[in-house]
Design a binder for this molecule. Sequence first.
Ligand SMILES: *Cc1c(COP(=O)(O)O)cnc(C)c1O
Length: 422
Amino acid sequence: MHFDHLQSTDPEVTSALEGEVKRQNDTLAMIASENHVSEAVLEAQGSALTNKYAEGYPDERYYGGCEFADDVEQLAIDRAEELYGAEHINVQPHSGSQANMGVYLAVLDPGDKILSLDLTHGGHLSHGHPANFAGQVYEVDQYEVDPESGRIDYDELRTHAEEYDPDIVVSGYSAYPRTVDWEGIQAAADVADAYHLADIAHITGLVAAGTHPSPVGIADFVTGSTHKTIRAGRGGIIMCDEEHADDIDNAVFPGMQGGPLMHNIAGKAVGFGEALEPGFEEYAEQTVANAKAMGDRLQEHGLDLVSGGTDNHLVLIDLRPSHPDTTGKDVEQSLEEAGIVLNANTVPGETRSAFNPSGIRAGTPGLTTRGFDEDACREVADLIYEVVDAPHDEDVVAEVSDRVDELTDEFALYDDEGLVYE
Ligand SMILES: *Cc1c(COP(=O)(O)O)cnc(C)c1O
């Protein structure tokens, strides 16, 4: 990857950007929300559209000169429609959190009631955490996963909704390894006559490929991030039925954003186009097969997986049963030293703190993009286990680091020419 212009004008930023390219190449990105976009998406995101103001929507802009902005945004919308089959799509949210904000603004008044999954059980800040605007503007009550099964108890959620009487029920999660039963959530929203927001941020790619069932046509609103499993560059998206189209569009602009990030919308258009190619379904299936292979191997090593396994792109390891004295942060730090980058995560029934929790979350979207198969993912599971078992043993960490180097060489992300991709 070359930074020809930047190199001559700004060596400091160049140095940081080159460092980041090398870091991504030389480490395993296993943070479950991360991925590697194609060179084509990078070009679109780095295009001259960053200069253009295009407040409004295609063919209804406030400024002139928007004909190419219109083309790009309409392509993003049309391709997303083809991927997801929603009646109405807004591709302007700057990110997944803004997509959720758009939905709340469209249908809630301050003080209205949100029912969502607790953050420490796999929810997201934007679902009503007190540190987030959603927790400050709205009243929030939270559900939890069943402590035994690690899964959502849909009957209990329905009872909860009946008692709390929320205005909106939020589903879709950041650290939930199982298939979500959208109808089960919808039943809870129905007993309270509440809206249902299905936030598919993590699984946008899996839903697009049909590897995870779609909430489109069940939930009133479907939101997502576009940089996670869908690989379309950083951004957000909102989908809904025609009846809510104007409310959503008005909430996003002028309700909460100014000019859309047209260069990012170009990235979305390109990434959605790539996801319509036949190879993408294979990618999504491989991502899930890789997570299952990794999870199975971790269990063979005696590690405890929340919910006992995975149906999607991530596994959540609860360290307490096998390694009660080891924390998620211990493991996160030692793994990073060895070149495996993932995150410490709270687990259901957390007994430590959010800053030093008892679990680690590991995802396969990034590895699968660079070509990892089940065998390679089993080897990564072995490496994770070795560090979990001896996080403070420098010899172990060094040996794991050597093996990570071999893997990153074998499955190179970048070479001298640029991104090695597909
Ligand atoms: C990642 C995520 C989001 C959005 O995050 P952004 O960083 O704002 O894109 C929203 N909801 C869930 C469940 C997520 O995992």
